[in-house]
Design a protein around this ligand. Structure first.
Ligand code: ATP
Ligand code: MG
Length: 327
């Protein structure tokens, strides 16, 4: 039986945090059993943040090691670097020619990020390149956090538009969003999502944070007035976020955690949460270190992945070129 396809990527724009892990990478690992999967490192997208070149190189390698440490298996999944498959940029350009400017200008990510970086054309065109990343592999599902759902809607619109203009070419993929952890919030400001590119390092817990750093960040995490450990998105955004994180890492329901900490203070809850994170992240960290040490085999995995990805992507692109009239 031919397996359905799943596709997704993460930017090497900083270190991977628990939001990326819970919202995206953990799902990738689960999907590789039942789907034919393509997971990549979207380095061209990371350029929209104008990174330092050396830092970009290091973060790209580091993300590859982290993918593997989290459980992606190169025997099951095609793991590669976006810029190693030129079809992404070519299809991205073609899709730009079908995309009204207004569609791109109304994207939340564009509005948020252009406040920080100024209005860069690359930031504006991020969603069309992302649509190309996805559509090339004709996937059924795209595992993402909630912040990317709007971009995925545009991907579906572009697939539909292309298909109706030039004949059936693309599948309209659907977003696969993990309900409980679709939007892990920033620890320093629980009204905004946790982000790699946040200016304040107390915004995120990185997968590679040491026990002391984890303890310190959880200790200073913003909580709410009052003292009750209770899930309430109206009045207790900070504690609700910490409860969600506790719940997914422990496998216990929010209700049972509320019960466990009834009558106890924030300090005890936070200290237990830190120890839980230290315990759950340390096996990933050990594997991460060992993958990072073996850079040659890491590069070989990425090379093999890009060969496979290029084959699939080129096939789709050939079909597209013919349909739109390129000779
Ligand atoms: P940046 O700030 O540079 O955009 P990021 O933290 O948003 O970085 P991305 O590489 O843009 O990370 O996103 C990778 C994946 O992680 C996407 O599927 C995205 O939806 C998901 N994701 C990002 N932040 C969160 C979050 N706070 N909670 C859940 N999922 C998230
Ligand atoms: Mg992002």
């Amino acid at each position: 039986m031919v397996k359905p396809v799943a596709v997704s990527g993460v930017q090497p724009s900083g270190e991977i945090h628990i939001g990326n892990y819970l919202g995206a990478i953990k799902q990738f690992v689960e999907l590789q059993e039942k789907y034919q999967t393509y997971f990549f490192i979207v380095d061209l997208h990371a350029l929209t943040e104008n990174p330092d070149p050396q830092k970009l190189r290091e973060q790209t390698i580091s993300l590859a090691a982290l993918y593997l440490a989290c459980g992606l298996n190169p025997k099951k999944t095609t793991l590669f670097i976006q810029s190693h498959v030129p079809a992404h940029t070519e299809l991205g350009w073609i899709l730009n020619t079908l995309t009204p400017l207004g569609e791109l200008q109304r994207m939340t990510q564009f509005k948020d990020k252009s406040e920080k970086h100024g209005v860069l054309a690359g930031l504006l065109n991020y969603p069309t390149l992302m649509a190309a990343d996805i559509l090339l592999y004709r996937p059924e599902v795209v595992p993402v956090g909630e912040d990317q759902v709007q971009h995925l809607e545009l991907t579906r619109t572009l697939a539909r538009k292309f298909n109706s203009k030039y004949g059936k070419t693309f599948i309209e993929p659907r977003a696969l969003v993990e309900k409980d952890v679709a939007r892990v919030m920033g620890l320093d400001d629980p009204t905004k999502k946790m982000s790699k590119s946040a200016a304040n390092p107390n915004n995120y817990i990185n997968i590679s944070d040491s026990p002391d750093v984890i303890r310190k960040k959880i200790k200073v995490a913003v909580t709410d007035s009052g003292s009750e450990i209770k899930y309430d998105l109206q009045t207790k955004l900070g504690i609700s976020n910490l409860l969600s994180i506790y719940s997914v890492f422990s496998g216990n329901s929010i209700k049972s955690i509320e019960f466990k900490y009834s009558g106890k203070n924030y300090g005890i809850f936070k200290s237990d949460l830190s120890e839980l994170l230290v315990e759950k992240l340390s096996p990933i960290q050990k594997k991460y270190e060992s993958f990072l040490k073996n850079k040659k085999s890491l590069m070989k995995i990425l090379d093999d992945g890009s060969k496979k990805a290029n084959k699939t992507a080129e096939k789709t692109l050939k079909d597209v070129r013919e349909k739109i009239g390129l000779i």
